[in-house]
Ligand binder design. Sequence first.
Ligand code: PHE
Length: 337
Amino acid sequence: MDLEEFSRKLSDILSAAESEVRSAESSSLADLRAKFLGRKGEMTKMMKHLASLPQDMRPQAGKLANETKKKIESLFSGVVAPQKKSYEKFDPTLPGRKPIVGGIHPLEWTLRRIVDIFYGMGFSVASGPEMETEYYNFDALNTPEDHPARDIQDTFYLERKGWLLRTQTSPVQIRVMESQKPPVKIIAPGRCYRRDAIDSTHYYTFTQVEGLYVDRDVTLADLKGVLTAFAKQFIGENVRVRFRPHFFPFTEPSVEYDFSCPVCDGKGCRVCKGTGWLEISGAGMVDPEVFKAAGYDPDEVQGYAFGMGVERIAMVKFGIDDIRLLYENDLAFLEQF
Ligand code: PHE
């Protein structure tokens, strides 16, 4: 092949490329590109022919070949570019995309509301560790070794001897009284753990809000007053509170307290299982033994304590019938709040 033939071949390829690209469907452009510019394409063949040309012609032939290759490349970019632009057209009349916004978890909502109400009644917020010692969780709370609450079945004991996951927020009572002089007026919200069999009303972890008020001349009537005020703010003006006798090692006397069912207003319905009342939790007057353990003089002070179950309150508030829903992070459930 001489230079003349080489350059004729190049212009044949170029004009073939021009007419084929012009009439091509956009879907076949990739094939055409391979045909002319690909590794086994026309231009690659021409580059190989270069070697068979006489030495002195090669620079000029090489230059011609490169120019042709550039022209063919520009044919393709010319065709593809305007199409790409039409994809990128911005249509300002389309509706906007809604950003995903998170919400507050119903349990957290309930907890914050409870804390808020007691804060408004002059309680400050205290806290204690979830990994506790047997001393704070049981001994100091007048719970002797052989009390059923200490049974291995109820408590998660930790490997380290004398340690456990707290079964209640009551140990915070002791920690607070150890660290400050009376009067004391605190609530202590937090996580607790028990080895309960899991079902629609029991879970291995749950949330309590502990309350403790210690001063001179504190009576059971004060306890009833503060819990009634709480119930009115949380549920509404018409709610009633009732106490039933009970036993806790760390209070004497002890009560369990109920709120009248807000769903049926005490008439009896599915939520309150026909009783008209909802069990909220335990309470009572601080046992003198507890004051002694914490270093307070039981002849000088009295106090009341209460501990309420937050899940129970959240379930009533939001009409949730299975406690597990509060812990399983199912988005279909959570997105309703
Ligand atoms: N700690 C008790 C419980 O978990 C509740 C309670 C708290 C009772 C304070 C009396 C006083 O059941």
